[in-house]
Design a protein around this ligand. Structure first.
Ligand code: HEM
Length: 180
């Protein structure tokens, strides 16, 4: 997993909690780097899950809720770092349907070692988009947070329903409905 996800996660913990909590979760985890991540490095995603689990113990908040909240913040960081994927796009649905076939494809060209999920789409109704997440990494909660971050960014009224979870977070279906 690219270091930007780790550096942004530690930033999220510092902002939402405190620098001491950052130190505590690093101390409670077995990390290859002692927590010294660089944004262009690549690290095992399991280190992120260890950090989240330590944060969950300290804050008594579920790992799912923490990862989802982090995903929303990560979206702001990605949107700021890669404005080329957002400029000229004016709706949540147009943006989200470009993730798999365009944005993540370009990300993969930039970083051939990036580990990206798969999304399959269907459009059951005009005001609906269904995104089916699959990954070998158990990060469906991160996908949910990134989807919620996208909706917030475009300021539209879109509801998110999640179903069909595989039980281990490697697959889930998100049904997004635009309210008129
Ligand atoms: C400007 C928009 C976006 C950019 C530039 C971007 C880029 C990236 C990058 C750099 C990674 C890390 C790859 C790695 O760790 O090796 C990543 C992972 C990921 N992205 Fe995106 N992304 C964007 C939007 C989204 C959105 C809106 C979603 C949700 C629909 C999404 C879903 C994910 C997920 C779930 C992962 C974690 C990897 C996994 O689950 O296997 N991304 N993305």
């Amino acid at each position: 997993m690219k270091g930007i996800v780790f550096t942004e996660f530690l930033e999220f913990v510092e902002q939402q909690y405190s620098p001491d909590v950052v130190d505590n979760i690093i101390d409670a985890s077995t990390l290859s780097t002692d927590g010294a991540y660089t944004s262009v490095g690549t690290y095992n995603y399991e280190e992120l899950l260890q950090l989240v689990s330590a944060l969950s113990d300290i804050t008594q908040t579920s790992s799912s809720d923490l990862i989802c909240a982090f995903g929303q913040q990560l979206f702001k960081c990605l949107a700021g770092n890669y404005p080329q994927f957002i400029e000229g796009v004016d709706s949540t649905f147009d943006f989200l349907r470009s993730i798999h076939g365009h944005i993540h494809v370009e990300v993969h060209k930039l970083y051939p070692d990036a580990e990206l999920p798969k999304f399959e789409y269907s459009f059951p109704q005009q005001d609906q988009i269904v995104m089916h997440y699959h990954s070998i990494r158990p990060l469906a909660d991160l996908a949910e947070g990134l989807i919620r971050g996208s909706i917030e960014h475009f300021g539209e009224k879109v509801t998110v329903k999640r179903e069909g979870d595989s039980g281990n977070n490697t697959s889930a279906r998100f049904i997004l409905t635009r309210e008129s």
